[in-house]
Design a protein around this ligand. Structure first.
Ligand SMILES: Nc1nc2c(ncn2[C@@H]2O[C@H](COP(=O)(O)OP(=O)(O)OP(=O)(O)O)[C@@H](O)[C@H]2O)c(=O)[nH]1
Ligand SMILES: [Mg+2]
Ligand SMILES: [Zn+2]
Length: 345
């Protein structure tokens, strides 16, 4: 079995599947309604039935990266004979979900069954207490231990002030790391390590994928600073990797705004970083800076600027609806294809 599987998971499996007919595997990435899963024998495609997909109340009811799921026809899926069918999602031990912003959006699950959330801030750039505080809040809400990392520690002469600033945001652990010098890697492996799952979080370019490569020797794409790619996301989707020592690590694309739930390669809200910072002072976490009471943004941002921010938010909201509908249609089509009687068995 995959590292991380234990007696308690085995019990959960028996409760969901008393005859033991289905194979437990772990979701490693998500691709518009279909999934890659890691299990005995390697990686294979798995997917939900159209019925299960359509019955899901919102995205929280669907499998996400890190979920343990039970699969029918795993062996065929491994042999690349179509996709395995997800029959059950085992109850989650922890669950990282990004909050919704605005009425047309819905909560977005980021990862399930994670033990440690590593939030990176690069030592050579300004730290944003508001943003870090949101990460810490989301992690704690999801039952995940937050650890704040000062990344690229080799770029400063003294990491102590940076670490002190991080410590003032979270009462949890803080650690300086340098992927180029290999500093802090042993401490990180000790925090997560065999059988445990860690998720790497933080803005684009802070060095999440580079750190993962240093930790586990995987081949995640990292940004080439020689190319002019400022603001571009290098990692484009969330993915679970298994380290040689049996530690499990989830890489994520940088997120600029945690309350927004379109991630994966979105950059225009960078232009509104000032609003994002001020928004930390709003009474409501999901404040849209319109009519909400206790808004800290409305009175401090120039009207024209606020108008363009709202326009972007509206476009987003419309885009969100389109995107989920498109995903639904793709999944339904696939499910119909699968529902056709198979040639054999
Ligand atoms: N000096 C130094 N540079 C680093 C370190 N870690 C990463 N970098 C550089 O920072 C840049 C961004 O690193 P990535 O690992 O691609 O950043 P990321 O957080 O994965 O970014 P996204 O995938 O876009 O979210 C690359 O050019 C790295 O070489 C480090 O420890 N020290
Ligand atoms: Mg990356
Ligand atoms: Zn507000």
């Amino acid at each position: 079995m995959l590292p991380g599987w234990d007696v308690a998971w085995d019990e959960a499996r028996r409760a969901a599947d008393p005859t033991g007919a289905w194979q437990p595997v772990r979701i490693s990435s998500e691709h518009r309604g279909a999934y890659h899963a890691l299990g005995p024998g390697g990686v294979a495609w798995v997917e939900l039935t159209g019925k299960a997909y359509n019955e899901a109340r919102d995205k929280r009811a669907l499998p996400t990266v890190g979920d343990w799921v039970l699969i029918e026809r795993w062996d065929q899926a491994l042999a690349a004979n179509g996709a395995g069918v997800i029959r059950a999602v085992l109850p989650r031990r922890s669950f990282l979900v990004r909050k919704a912003a605005g009425e047309a959006t819905a909560p977005q699950p980021l990862a399930a069954n994670v033990d440690v959330g590593l939030v990176l801030t690069s030592a050579n750039s300004d730290l944003s207490p508001a943003r870090l505080d949101r990460y810490v809040g989301l992690l704690r809400d999801g039952g995940i231990e937050p650890v704040l990392l000062l990344s690229k520690a080799d770029l400063v002469t003294d990491p102590a002030p940076g670490l002190a600033a991080l410590a003032s945001v979270s009462h949890g652990r803080v650690l300086a790391v340098s992927s180029t010098r290999g500093e802090g890697l042993d401490e990180l492996r000790a925090m997560s390590g065999p059988g445990r799952t860690a998720v790497l979080l933080g803005s684009s370019g802070v060095g999440k994928s580079t750190l993962l490569n240093a930790l586990i020797g995987s081949h995640q794409k990292t940004r080439d600073l020689r190319a002019d790619e400022r603001g571009r996301h290098t990692t484009t989707h969330r993915e679970l990797f298994v380290a040689p020592d049996g530690g499990l690590w989830i890489d994520t694309p940088g997120m600029r705004e945690l309350a927004q739930w379109i991630d994966e390669g979105d950059e225009d809200e960078q232009a509104f970083d000032d609003i994002t910072e001020l928004a930390a002072g709003c009474k409501f976490r999901d404040c849209r800076h319109r009519e909400e009471p206790g808004c800290a943004v409305r009175d401090h941002v120039d009207a024209a600027r606020l108008a363009s921010f709202r326009k972007l938010a509206d476009e987003r909201a419309a885009g969100v609806v389109k995107q989920t509908e498109a995903q639904r249609i793709v999944a339904a089509k696939k499910a119909r294809k699968k529902a056709a009687p198979p040639a054999e068995d």
